[in-house]
Design a protein around this ligand. Structure first.
Ligand SMILES: [Zn+2]
Length: 286
């Protein structure tokens, strides 16, 4: 799954190549790609025709293209393998091309949604007063959002009966921190993933949030991290290469801080990677 930095790279590509362009034609080539648009592909295509895309927006891992003056947005679901490509109109169709959007200008390029595994797709939604597609109104701001409410985040950690990695992945509390970046931020903070959040002091939770931001900003600076070769950026060029991760995927390799072999534990149908020495498990409560 793409994480926040990868999605932000796609958003920037859309901002550069698609913002301000007016749709002339939409071709839906596979019904699964519009299954989140209940009125179907023909309705999706008809409602986009003649509309102008505004600058793409993102919250957490959600990405959308607002349509000017309509109060609606096209929400992009990248799923496991979805790509938004800006391609020359005469470029051969990709094998897994699902949706094509053509524009009325003379730039000679079109927007393509390509998805091998068809978990992703596009759908049209009304916007909330904040400008979010209504289906993601409950998603909290992400830590790279200038309006992220840090004080509320720290308060929630103190009050909730949860553990720290669960909290980092709770999209109603903080969005956009996926499994990879959660493990990295916890390693930098020397926190075990099962530490109860109520035991974190304000400086500790501020440190954790700072590390989460740093990890994501560093990944963004190199174009995102991806472990899925299918995932490429808006122009179809793979912008992703493995930055040197300290925790994720490093089972059995020496901790970059203390040399102890890193461990992996099953965690909520995923894995958690951690250093058993730097990130001590919490003492069982009495
Ligand atoms: Zn260590």
């Amino acid at each position: 799954m793409p994480e926040l930095p990868e999605v932000e790279v796609v958003r920037r590509g859309l901002e550069r190549w698609v913002a301000g362009r007016t749709v002339t034609e939409v071709e839906v080539l596979h019904p699964r790609a519009v299954r989140r648009h209940p009125a179907g592909g023909a309705d999706f295509a008809a409602r986009l025709k003649g509309q102008r895309f505004e600058v793409a927006r993102r919250r957490g891992k959600y990405l959308w293209l607002p349509l000017a003056e309509t109060g609606t947005s096209v929400l992009g679901h990248l799923g496991m393998s979805g790509q938004l490509l800006v391609q020359p109109e005469d470029a051969a169709d990709e094998k897994h091309l699902r949706i094509r959007i053509r524009f009325d200008d003379a730039t000679g390029t079109e927007l393509r949604f390509v998805d091998q595994r068809t978990f992703g797709g596009l759908s049209l939604h009304d916007q909330t007063p904040d400008g979010l597609p209504d289906v993601i109104a409950h998603i909290a701001r992400d830590p790279l959002d200038p309006a992220f409410d840090e004080a509320a985040f720290h308060r929630a950690l103190r009050l909730r009966r949860t553990t720290v990695k669960r909290a980092l992945l709770d999209q109603s509390l903080i969005s956009g921190v996926g499994n990879i970046y959660a493990d990295e931020a916890l390693w930098r903070s020397r926190l075990h993933y099962d530490r109860p959040t109520a035991t974190l002091t304000r400086p500790r939770s501020a440190e954790l949030l700072g590390h989460a931001r740093d990890v994501m900003n560093e990944a963004l600076a190199v174009g995102g991290t991806s472990f899925d070769s299918l995932y490429v950026n808006v122009n179809g060029e793979s912008g992703y290469f493995d930055r040197s991760l300290d925790a994720y995927g490093r089972e059995g390799e020496p901790c970059h801080r203390c040399g102890t072999p890193m461990r992996r534990r099953p965690w909520m149908n995923r894995s958690s990677y951690f250093c058993p020495r730097c990130q001590r498990p919490p003492r069982p409560s009495a």
